[in-house]
Design a protein around this ligand. Structure first.
Ligand code: MN
Length: 538
């Protein structure tokens, strides 16, 4: 693929400019040692990729520089990730070995580069998506940075997909929307997820994409005017509470507008919530909840709220860390407008997810959400009974992407389960044995079927009986990977046990008939007659 054309002076200037841009985009604090290492990794990558060009014809090195910049600027990662991003294609595409990298940059960076190389080869080998996905997740639990850099790599490739042949574009778009977009969602990288989906749509449905983009541009002016009209009466009140704030109206993504058009089956002109108004306040952490609710009360004083559209992710953040207060109000001309209220910190977590989460660790209300999620990923990966396809199904259908429900044990301990989880899932989440021997479940003091879908705030109590055993139909009553795999292995165990039981029964019968066991070969010879007399299966 590499066309050996030496880089000319103009391109050299282009590369150096891109590198300077990268350095300017780094928000993390760098030690003098970090700076030296970033420079060194850049120089190594420049030398290693010197002879390579991308499909578009531009020098290959511009790609790793762009990926490093996305890591620094859009995901907010630090020196380790930036160095790894600059080196991410070096081992795969050039003569540089992993050992060279380890010697120069240390074990941590070598491990990350190795993880990225393996992910790439999984993709190139055209292995089935399910197996590939499992690999993505395995590296995720090793070091989340591998997946974050991979996200940046994928984003840059998606942005520059134009030079690829159509069938490759479609394949990459399919994988992006199937694997990377949900994962970005789960990691709270909302901005990247939105861009993935828009870029995918641009490839899979180019006409619709162009159509909506054009209409959005045409209606921008009247939309801006409307937003101003909506905001004006709010500003006066907001100014009076003397809290620094920022209020904007932003158009929703093309992909989400398209979804609405399809879902509601109406033309673009009839979609009114094309934008959301966002109010971001700059206050210390200890004040943010109070101030957000204060703003909420101002907004709903000025514009009539639709009560059932209040979403309070401040009291209970989403499982991916998202915190924000959403309300829908009736604006001028009777149009519904969604208003999002949040602090600067919440906004950063909302846009950059995981990476921002670390920055505020200890401050956030729910500091362990990602650890807990990674634990559940690990649990599924470690399950020897799950094969790749089943695993992908489990992963996508429930558990790991979706929202959660919060329920309580009789002692008042909170348990968090994926949305859609049942009473039986709850039993297994407490302990495998409680799941196995679950005979009945009481929710809010009433007996419910085992397949009852849990709701926020439910108080759940499991009644066990030691003689109870899981059965095949239980698989239909659970949605969590844990419960499912435990029931599956119990069924396997049960089948094995029954086999043994059958043999024991046979032995007992034979003994009762005073037939010596050594005669088993005899039995076979005697044939039909014996079998009909001794068989335990009639
Ligand atoms: Mn790459």
């Amino acid at each position: 693929m590499a066309q050996a054309i030496t880089i000319n002076d103009e391109e050299t200037r282009l590369i150096q400019g891109a590198y300077r841009d990268l350095l300017r985009s780094i928000k993390a604090k760098l030690s003098p040692e970090d700076k030296v290492n970033i420079r060194a990794s850049y120089e190594l990558a420049v030398r290693a990729h010197a002879e390579q060009r991308r499909k578009s014809g531009e020098p290959y090195i511009l790609h790793p520089i762009a990926v490093a910049k996305i890591c620094a600027e859009e995901i907010g990662l630090g020196a380790t990730a930036i160095i790894s991003a600059l080196l991410h294609d070096v081992v795969e595409d050039t003569d540089i070995t992993l050992e060279d990298i380890r010697r120069q940059f240390g074990t941590r960076i070598a491990k990350i580069v190795d993880g990225l190389t393996k992910l790439d080869s999984a993709y190139n080998a055209e292995s089935p998506q399910a197996e590939n996905f499992r690999k993505v997740l395995s590296t995720l639990v090793d070091d989340v940075r591998v997946v974050l850099i991979k996200m940046a790599d994928r984003l840059h490739n998606m942005r520059t997909l134009g030079a690829m042949p159509r069938h490759k574009q479609l394949k990459i778009a399919a994988e992006t929307s199937y694997v990377y977009a949900p994962l970005a969602h789960r990691l709270g990288l909302y901005k990247i997820r939105t861009e993935y989906l828009d870029l995918c749509m641009k490839i899979t449905d180019p006409d619709e994409y162009r159509d909506i983009a054009q209409k959005l541009a045409e209606t921008k002016r009247s939309r801006d005017e409307y937003v101003q009209e909506f905001i004006r009466p709010l500003r006066e009140r907001l100014d009076s509470i003397e809290v620094p704030y920022n209020i904007t109206g932003r158009a929703k993504s093309i992909h989400s507008i398209w979804n609405k058009i399809k879902k509601k089956n109406v033309p673009f002109e009839q979609i009114y919530d094309l934008f959301a108004v966002r109010i971001i306040v700059d206050v210390p952490v200890e004040d943010e909840r109070l101030v957000c609710w204060q703003i909420y009360s101002i907004v709903t004083d000025v514009h009539t709220p639709i009560p059932e559209r209040l979403k309070d992710w401040i009291t209970t953040p989403k499982s991916n860390g998202y915190e924000s207060l959403h309300t829908t109000v009736i604006g001028p001309k009777g149009r519904y407008v969604e208003v999002q209220i949040r602090s600067q910190r919440m906004d950063e977590i909302a846009e950059r997810g995981f990476a921002a989460h670390w920055k505020y660790k200890g401050v956030s209300k729910n500091p362990d959400i990602y650890e807990r999620w990674l634990d559940s990923v690990r649990e599924i990966l470690d399950d020897p009974n799950s094969d790749a396809v089943e695993f992908l199904g489990d992963f996508r259908s429930n558990n790991l992407f979706n929202e959660e429900v919060f329920v309580y044990t009789p002692n008042g301990d909170m348990k968090i389960l994926p949305k859609g989880a049942t009473a039986l899932d709850f039993a297994f989440s407490i302990h495998t044995d409680i799941g196995y021997h679950c005979q009945a479940v009481r929710v809010n003091n009433k007996i419910v079927p085992m397949g009852y879908q849990l709701r926020n705030g439910d108080q759940v109590e499991v009644v066990t009986n030691n003689r109870q055993r899981p059965s095949e139909d239980w698989l239909k009553l659970v949605i969590t990977g844990k419960a499912r795999s435990r029931i599956r292995s119990a069924m396997k165990e049960e089948r094995r046990r029954r086999g043994e039981l059958g043999r024991e029964t046979l032995e007992r019968k034979l003994k009762a008939m005073k037939v010596d066991f050594e005669l088993r070969s005899e039995e076979r010879r005697v044939g039909k007659e014996c079998r009909s007399r001794w068989s335990p299966y009639h």
